[in-house]
Design a binder for this molecule. Structure first.
Ligand code: GDP
Ligand code: MN
Length: 387
């Protein structure tokens, strides 16, 4: 689960990581109030979306008067911000973060992530911040240091020092730097994060160390341990179809092809996507209705697939084990009676109650294309995609 920068900074503060003064606004007037409360003579207005790369895309702008804060905030609010990380359609901005502007002398990178190969947390520090860490890792690998953490031991002082020396932190900032790295690791560990990142961590002209940007991703599989964090989720950032699917406990992920799929079991879903690719087409989604799917879930799944306007055909590939073929067939027929289906539907059924299932489909009066094997289904999908 991702959260916004302003929310991540509130969490940073609780872990004693210094952040610029500021808070989030939903309207120009509110943005002005915040700027006046902060005081000073320069402010930064930052679009709050779940994607980085905002700086270069016009999502981070400096204002010299509270009036300019209002102007910039009103321009950003409601716009669709396109950054290298959002995709071409961009993401709608519904909040901006108004902060004191800082005179920046130096930018670093600090992050905590999961090292999947070594199965442990890894702390990463870079002597240059502001840019994407992946780029720095490619162009100047020597400017990045990594420390893998033994969760049993926690974070020993020598590893903190390795990071700070490795990133070239001034001797006078060692104490402050230690606080930042310790705080970051503590929050990463205690909230079951997959990522906690400060990019950039800055030194100001007056010698302070602050997190200028903040990014936190929580592990969805651990959210049951952090129910209080769920309220930080911004539903507006999610794909509406994916949101609808999660409300009905359907494993649905939207993709950019045009063949919608409905499958039971993640393995079969993967195999079906391969099959579609092999047939020269592309899947529009991943949808695993699961073993215990009810007629209602199948109906909902069907509606969700059809909600994607790119879908030109649907492949239903079911192996009836716990989910019986007749239940699936009833769900499909019920869905078909509710929503107008204007694309061809190829159905391949196998397993428990397959005969009953086929009978239901055949007797429905609806126009399903029945495939009798995976290979046959692939052939029929090829037809759909090229029509
Ligand atoms: P991102 O591009 O989405 O990662 O957004 P960031 O929060 O990292 O902001 C982009 C860049 O704007 C930063 O790397 C900084 O260089 C710059 N920036 C943001 N706030 C300030 C500020 O208060 N003062 C100065 N001088 N630069 C800032
Ligand atoms: Mn950044």
């Amino acid at each position: 689960m991702k959260i916004h920068e302003y929310q991540a900074k509130e969490i940073f503060s609780k872990f004693a990581i210094p952040v610029p003064k500021g808070s989030a606004a939903r309207a120009g007037k509110e943005a002005k109030q915040i700027a006046e409360e902060i005081g000073g003579s320069q402010w930064v207005v930052k679009a709050q979306i779940h994607a980085g790369g905002r700086g270069k895309a016009g999502g981070v702008r400096v204002a010299d008067t509270p009036e300019a804060v209002v102007e910039i905030a009103e321009e950003m609010l409601g716009m669709s911000l396109v950054t290298p990380q959002t995709g071409p359609q961009g993401v709608r901005v519904s909040k901006v973060l108004v902060e004191e502007a800082l005179a920046v002398k130096q930018e670093f990178y600090v992050g905590a992530a999961v090292d999947r190969a070594r199965q442990c947390p890894v702390l990463i520090a870079g002597s240059e911040g502001g840019m994407e860490i992946e780029e720095l890792a490619k162009s100047h690998p020597e400017r990045i240091v990594r420390e893998r953490v033994d969760v049993g031991l926690g974070l020993p002082a020598f590893q903190v020092r390795n990071l700070l020396f490795g990133m070239g932190m001034d001797a006078g900032l060692m104490r402050a730097g230690t606080g930042v790295i310790r705080g970051l690791y503590r929050l990463f560990d205690s909230f079951d994060c997959t990522l906690a990142e400060i990019n950039p961590l800055v030194v100001t002209e007056d010698g302070r160390l602050l997190a200028l940007d903040a990014k936190i991703d929580f592990d969805d599989n651990a959210m049951f341990r952090h129910k209080d964090l769920l309220e930080l989720e911004d539903a507006g950032e999610k794909d509406p179809l994916e949101l609808e699917a999660s409300r009905h406990r359907l494993n649905y992920i939207r993709m950019d092809g045009n063949v919608g799929i409905m499958v039971n079991g993640a393995g079969l879903a993967m195999a079906t996507m391969d099959l579609i690719k092999q047939a020269g087409a592309s899947p529009a989604n991943f949808l695993d209705v699961g073993g215990g799917a009810t007629t209602e879930m199948v109906t909902k799944g069907f509606e969700i697939i059809l909600g994607d306007k790119n879908v030109r055909g649907i492949l239903i590939n079911i192996f009836g084990g716990i989910l019986r073929c007749d239940v699936l067939a009833n769900g499909v027929v019920e869905a078909a009676s509710k929503v107008r289906i204007n694309v061809p539907v190829v159905v391949r059924l196998e397993g428990t109650n397959v005969e009953q299932g086929r009978k239901i489909l055949a007797g429905s009066g609806l126009d399903f294309v029945v495939a009798d094997s995976m290979a046959d289904a692939a052939e029929k999908v090829r037809g759909i995609a090229s029509s």
